[in-house]
Design a protein around this ligand. Sequence first.
Ligand SMILES: *Cc1c(COP(=O)(O)O)cnc(C)c1O
Length: 380
Amino acid sequence: MKLATKFIHAGSEPDPSTGAIMTPIYQTSTYVQEAPGKNKGFEYARSQNPTRKALEEAFAVIENGKHGLAFSSGVAATDAVLKLLVPGDEVIAGNDLYGGTYRLFTKIYEKIGIRFIFVDMTDVNNISKAVTPKTKLIWVETPTNPLLNITDIAATVAIGKAAKALVCVDNTFASPYLQNPLDFGADIVLHSATKYLGGHSDVIQGALIMNDDSLREQLYFIQKSCGAVPGPQDCFLVLRGIKTLHVRMQRHCENGIKIAHWLRNHPKVGKVYWCGFEDHPGYAIASKQMRGFGGMISFTLKDDSVATATKVLSSTKLFSLAESLGGVESLINHPASMTHASIPREERVKNGLSDSLIRLSVGIEDADDLIEDLRKAIEQ
Ligand SMILES: *Cc1c(COP(=O)(O)O)cnc(C)c1O
């Protein structure tokens, strides 16, 4: 089945009680049982909810996986994966991660005895070198946030298999429209559904998708035992979002191409980070594992000062200054003070995230209007 058809029909079955084409919002905490232990498969809404069930099936379908699980946020989904580990275990992670992931790893899990080794994953040899008998999880983000670095998923999976470590890929930036890590052998795919899956900046949610039955059982046990589940209304919103993911992503990609090239040719712009440039160091790998390059672009100005960057950040009109990404409307963000402020400055700068870096989440408005907005802000 082609992507467009798949995204529209994923997880959608007419409601058995009425035939409603959209899965209803089952706003209930519990379900009436006929006799003790005799129920319709639903006992208590932390463990099961029909709206969530439809969404979890949709997650599995769009990522070519067998099982999906929904969480109350992207970081709650990350947290669930980390709960598979025990003190003494080691995790190899990229050195250019979403700030909230880095904070969860270093501020919550490090103190309970899990060790994190951060490496530059643009070269998978750095991953092999960090493997020890204690390595239990390899955490990959590709493309990375905000520098758009690329990691070879298939090569990482080969290292993970040899080390008997799970490989989890945060696929938030690419979305399932552009990349399906399970197809390359990853064990778990993670999404902040807050971003492209929801797509309308109106919900916080996370997703995990996997093929292995026992891994699903362990993660479902964590989901219901720890309770970070999304409410049914949020599940409905993401189910609806997924139906238009393909058309939104097509436009995000088209606008991304135009804006990345426009920025690169602008005399006041310094470096442009976008994995669709043929001279991007990860281009060959990105072309192998992605179907397009998306609408996430970061850049610096030639006048590489925080003051000038701040002026640009505060003067766009269509690009709203806000954290988050992946919605229909364009956003502009200052990673150093916003999304990535939880990473110590020294660590950030060492990995190439300068204080003057500007990140764009290119929305699906008209590209000419977006370019005009950027032109005015940059040329003022
Ligand atoms: C936003 C984001 C997360 C965290 O998701 P929330 O829904 O905000 O909890 C994780 N990874 C990436 C790449 C993100 O952009």
